[in-house]
Design a protein around this ligand. Sequence first.
Ligand code: FCB
Length: 445
Amino acid sequence: MLRFPERFLWGTATAAYQVEGAVQEDGRRPSIWDIFSHAPGKTFHGDTGDIACDQYHRLEADLDLLVELGIPAYRFSVAWPRVIPSGRGAINQAGLDYYRYLVDGLLQRGITPLLTLYHWDLPQALQDEGGWTRRDTAQAFTEYAAAVYRALGDRVPFWITLNEPWCSAFVGYLQGRHAPGWRDEAAALTAAHHLLLGHGLAVQALRDLGGKGEIGIVLNLASQVPASDDPADLAATRQVDGNENRFFLDPLFRSSYPEDMVDYYSTMSDFSFIQDGDLSLIAAPLDFLGINYYEQHIVRADPQNRERGAIIDVPPGPRTAGNIGINPSGLTELLIRVKNEYTSLPLYVTENGIALYDYVDPEGQVDDVERIAYFDAHFRAAHAAIEQGVNLHGYFTWSFLDSFEWALGYSVRFGLVSVDYRTQTRIPKQSAHWYREVIRHNALS
Ligand code: FCB
């Protein structure tokens, strides 16, 4: 038996646009993901989140399902375009009411809520003005964050400002694979700073409002491994690490951007978007750090690759349906690194999971043995980090339900629970039954 610490918080996660549907109801207005997913060629088969898992209409049943599966904590996100549909200004009470209903439904069932304020669904009205490239978007985010906190601050114990700002900035504004679909390096750097500034301003605003909620941020961090000892590969690895990991960890925990990255980007940006006081706001003390772990990268130098100067390979061995390599030891290494180099704050794995092409078989079962093996190995990797002194307080599997997987649409499945999108039938997979036992014993056998 491999035991986890007492009070270790096990949970599962979703995000608003991926599960809610009901995109035109009760005053919600479009987010960048509504516009992006409806634009031709942006998502697999043109899939959108219009209906998704229809959780907006099926909340009670989904919350009951969490109870049935023995899930102690649920991480969800609030859709900014439901609460302040135009991005700034008037609050839409019906939008806030939905999340009050969700939070109260969790609390009544004894499930701990973790609330993410921004999981990528910027109101399109703000994008029309430039989105995160505009400094005042950070201010608008702060006002939205405060509105949600005023409504729910008394009952939500864990607050997450941003989910994966690297994705918002670099996948959204440089790679163009996510909304808003820009391909502009200078814009991506500016957006990254304004996201972090929005985080810092929101932390300050929430602290000023008082209350007991713990406040943190969620970063997607990858483990970076050089393809060889060649100095060019080592330098490329440091630079990819600089972009994906240090560009966010350094300002949050050291109050500065990494110097090598400021140099690297100097031909594209002079960083004049940084104003006095920004970095100390961004580095405001937090209560926890959430880490989403999916990837280990094998980095090879490639001077031809303008965006990154490198080629990123996946480790040899099995891959997920999203073509990502599987390397649990990268999680141990990453958690130890964050502790050694950045912070002694409580850490949570706020997301980790595997995309599969799983299916309901003729007996009505989903035998997702690969998912069980994946979680088993990653939970062991997390346990190894705890044994080496990492202050890991909880683990959230991605995801509760199969759902709209951004640019991949509905083509891959991440859920513990299978969703038949046509009928909205939910069927817990074998992994859900397995996870319930892990949680019940707080241990792996
Ligand atoms: C993360 C996102 C989450 C989900 C998983 C698979 O990057 O935060 O919404 O799509 O990947």
